[in-house]
Design a binder for this molecule. Structure first.
Ligand code: NAD
Length: 292
């Protein structure tokens, strides 16, 4: 049996990148959970925590919370550098890079280290939940919990049960998403689920349009922003998501659905090969000079 949402006091977030930090922040601030981050890269962990601190300070400046509340939220947050150092966890959200072998390795390790009833959720954007779950000792406790970027702002969480996910795991995860102030939508466990089955081919097509010289990057983005009333153009959005993540998602759609319409843009592959990953690396389709 999995635990009910009331018994969830502590969440572990594996991967303190842009998504992990947002998920942990909302869990600590809105759901008032204890949060422990795990990241194997100390530089990334420090960068992530300093970003989290900046977000909390901004909230105080904007009057969204008091200084005492900020300090209280921060006191619930800790971090470690390996899964073996997790002290305890009632619920885990994995948010490491979009790589199936890495995620399977992490789920095997989590099953070894944590009590067998712990719910293990993955924030994967596209990878089969069933495949990730089969690396865990108890696949019935594994589920997809797909937050949107930036997590503190975006209301939606896609919930994706795998083939073996239990009803109890599903119920607790839905309750937890609501406790974090989110609205849920359920998807079947298919490549890309709902959001990225629709969004990523659109972004990929925008990169193909750029590659073919149909228009400048600015004109492609302006057309889709002002012409279809989107807050961001597809190329700026690709940089914001991370070009490595976009490429990984397109590869999952292409390989797992087997349809050539999902082939990743050659230009997308080239930028990732160059290390141009978007906002997080300072350069992608656009350039992002470091702010002081
Ligand atoms: P990111 O590159 O910002 O962060 C990934 C983090 O994982 C890094 O901090 C890295 O150090 C850490 N990591 C790598 N290997 C690790 C290990 N073995 N143990 C612990 N930590 C490890 O990536 P992101 O954008 O935060 O994406 C993370 C996940 O969330 C991916 O599965 C992605 O598909 C998904 N996602 C991303 C977005 C988005 O817009 N970027 C939206 C929804 C879901």
């Amino acid at each position: 049996m999995s635990s009910s949402v009331n018994s969830i006091k502590k969440m572990c977030v594996v991967g303190a990148g842009q998504m992990g930090i947002g998920i942990g922040l909302v869990a600590a601030r809105v759901a008032k959970l204890e949060v422990q981050f795990v990241d194997s890269n100390p530089v990334q962990l420090e960068k992530g925590l300093s970003f989290l601190d900046k977000l909390l300070v901004k909230d105080v400046a904007k009057g969204k919370c008091t200084e005492d509340e900020r300090a209280e939220v921060r006191s619930r947050i800790t971090s470690v550098s390996a899964i073996s150092q997790i002290s305890s966890a009632d619920f885990v959200v994995e948010a490491v890079s979009e790589n199936v072998e890495l995620k399977r390795k992490i789920f095997a390790e989590l099953s070894e280290s944590l009590p067998e009833n712990t719910i293990l959720a993955t924030n994967t954007s596209s990878i089969s939940i069933t495949k990730i779950a089969s690396a865990a000792k108890k696949p019935e406790n594994v589920i997809g919990m797909h937050f949107m970027n930036p997590v503190p702002v975006m209301k939606l969480v896609e919930i994706i049960p795998g083939l073996q996910t239990s009803q109890a795991t599903l119920d607790t995860t839905l309750d937890l998403a609501r406790k974090m102030g989110k609205t849920t939508a359920m998807s079947q466990d298919v490549p890309g689920f709902i959001a990225n089955r629709l969004l990523m081919p659109y972004i990929n097509e925008a990169i193909i349009a750029l590659q073919e010289g149909i228009a400048t990057k600015e004109d492609i983005d302006t057309t889709m922003k002002l012409g279809t009333n989107n807050p961001m153009g597809p190329l700026a959005l690709a940089d914001f998501i991370g070009l490595d993540t976009c490429l990984a998602i397109m590869k999952v759609l292409h390989n797992d659905l087997g349809d050539s319409k999902y082939r990743p843009a050659v230009l997308l592959q080239k930028y990732v090969d160059a290390g141009w990953l978007g906002v997080k690396s300072g350069k992608g389709i656009y350039e992002y000079p470091a702010k002081n």
